[in-house]
Write a protein that binds this ligand. Structure first.
Ligand code: URP
Ligand code: ZN
Ligand code: ZN
Ligand code: ZN
Length: 471
């Protein structure tokens, strides 16, 4: 029942190639790539002259329907994946949270039950592991071998909510690494940061800017270094999420130079904005309450350098949307929880729909990233590191026909009201960006056509992932 489509004359950009050719999509896969492919009248032909043909984006850090302490992110699997699709992302990896009661397998099953009927793009899950014991380790092994869940997230931050101790992280690294999977780490020194928060509140500092002032980059650096040494001892690869500062980056750079398999992502907001937004002391600043907080222009300079020279390998969004007003889920998904106390503001910012276009504008257009590198950072390497490649992450014969037709020659102005997230704001409101996602195919199905939506909730598939392909 798949439509066959011929994409004619587009400029195909992969992590390694750049050439003009036709692409025939059939049975959900890329069937043929070549010049002057001839097709019959029953085949849909799309003229892609002047457009880039990119592999669908792979966003390996998103929070849809995530329960975080007393809060819940405001996008459902339905709204979040529709927004992803409009932004040119055809595969997401969300989180399944291990609760006190259930095993990692229960967490996976629960997230799948909720996602199944809603997802508009393909998806997988990292399991957040809060507590490690023999049974948990057995279930983690089972998830790796039988459920196709090959990555696990752990937190060095958020004591009492998410934080795992060093020995637990080490045990996970040792087993998951040996089994060919990946542990992803949120690296911040949680207990010191909690002390700084407590002291700030006691001193009467309650406004949003104190979120940033109580999460210093040195404590990101300290935890990053600790994570690296744990991984080194465990002889396991490790992946750092949302790297924001040079204090963290410098440990990653030197570990990689020593040959330790350390991988890391940054997020568009760390490249787009700096800590000058916190100069504003009113509640609008709650928009920028994400973790880690925005850093200095000097940190941005180092992030760009690391992106160029492969010390950072992935740009993912950490899309973690909360409304500025009361959301459709009320105060549970609203930043308003923290009007009197910055520590109660749910952490996170939206960004799932604007990743490709914002990076195209500030990266490719500004000469900071090549087109190939842009594709590598947003699609190919995340697919490789998390066991999705070559099904996902490239335009190649036999790969899934997840294709984005991207127009580099038009600009657009971003407004939250035109985006598809349930979130009531975007950090990019009113910003003009060069480039636009014109058409998106998910396994050969045209789901986005300009402003038109042709996708269907539930058409996304759970993708069983394989081993890490990191070296
Ligand atoms: O601010 C953020 N990033 N919120 C989501 C939780 C996390 O730390 O990833
Ligand atoms: Zn985090
Ligand atoms: Zn996150
Ligand atoms: Zn249409």
């Amino acid at each position: 029942t798949h439509t066959t489509t011929l994409i004619r004359n587009g400029r195909i950009i992969t992590a390694s190639d750049d050439y003009v050719a036709d692409v025939l999509l059939q049975d959900g896969k890329v069937h043929t790539i070549g010049k002057g492919i001839e097709v019959g009248p029953d085949v849909r032909v799309v003229d892609a002259s002047g457009l880039y043909v990119l592999p669908g984006g792979v966003d390996t850090h998103v929070h849809l329907e995530n329960v975080i302490g007393p809060t819940i992110t405001t996008d459902t699997f339905a709204s979040g994946t529709k927004a992803a699709a409009f932004g040119g992302t055809t595969t997401i990896v969300d989180f399944a949270l291990q609760t006190e009661l259930d095993s990692p397998l229960g967490a996976i099953a629960r997230a799948q039950r909720s996602a199944e009927s809603q997802v508009n793009v393909d998806y997988s899950l990292h399991v957040i592991i809060k507590r490690v014991d023999e049974q948990v380790l057995r279930d983690v092994r089972h998830a790796m071998h039988f459920e196709g869940v090959t990555s696990f997230k752990m937190f060095m931050a958020y004591p009492g909510v998410m934080m795992a101790d060093d020995a637990s992280i080490f045990r996970m690294l040792r087993q998951v690494g040996a089994d060919g999977g990946m542990v992803a780490l949120h690296a911040e020194n949680g207990t010191v940061i909690d002390l700084l928060i407590k002291e700030a509140l006691e001193a009467g500092h309650t406004s949003p800017r104190y979120h940033a002032l109580t999460r210093p980059s040195l404590m990101e650096g300290e935890a990053t270094h600790r994570g690296i040494r744990l991984a080194e001892l465990a002889q396991a690869p490790i992946y750092f999420v949302h790297v924001s500062s040079n204090d963290a980056l410098k440990h990653i750079v030197s570990a990689r130079a020593e040959g330790i398999p350390v991988f890391a992502e940054t997020c568009p907001h760390y490249l787009l904005f700096d800590d000058s937004v916190y100069d504003n002391d009113d509640f609008e600043t709650a928009k920028y309450v994400m973790t880690p907080p925005l850093r200095k222009p000097d940190d941005q300079k180092h992030l760009w350098r690391a992106l160029r020279y492969d010390d950072l390998q992935v740009i993912a969004t950490d899309h973690c949307p909360f409304c500025m007003k009361e959301g459709h889920l009320g105060l549970r998904s609203s930043k308003l929880r923290g009007t009197k106390n910055f520590a109660e503001i749910p952490n996170g910012a939206p960004g799932i729909e604007t990743r490709l276009v914002s990076l195209f504008d500030i990266g490719v257009m500004q000469g900071k990233l090549s087109l190939n590198r842009f594709v590598e950072l947003t699609s190919t390497t995340p697919a490789k590191l998390f066991g999705l490649f070559p099904k996902k992450g490239t335009v190649a014969v036999g790969s899934d026909a997840d294709i984005v037709l991207f127009n580099p020659n038009v600009s657009q102005t971003i407004h939250a009201k035109h985006l598809h997230s349930n979130c009531d704001h975007t950090l990019l409101e009113g910003r003009s960006l060069q480039g636009r996602v014109e058409k998106v195919f998910l396994r050969g199905n045209l789901i986005v056509d300009g402003e038109h939506w042709h996708g269907r909730e539930g058409m996304g598939q759970f993708v069983k992932r394989g081993e890490v392909r990191a070296f």
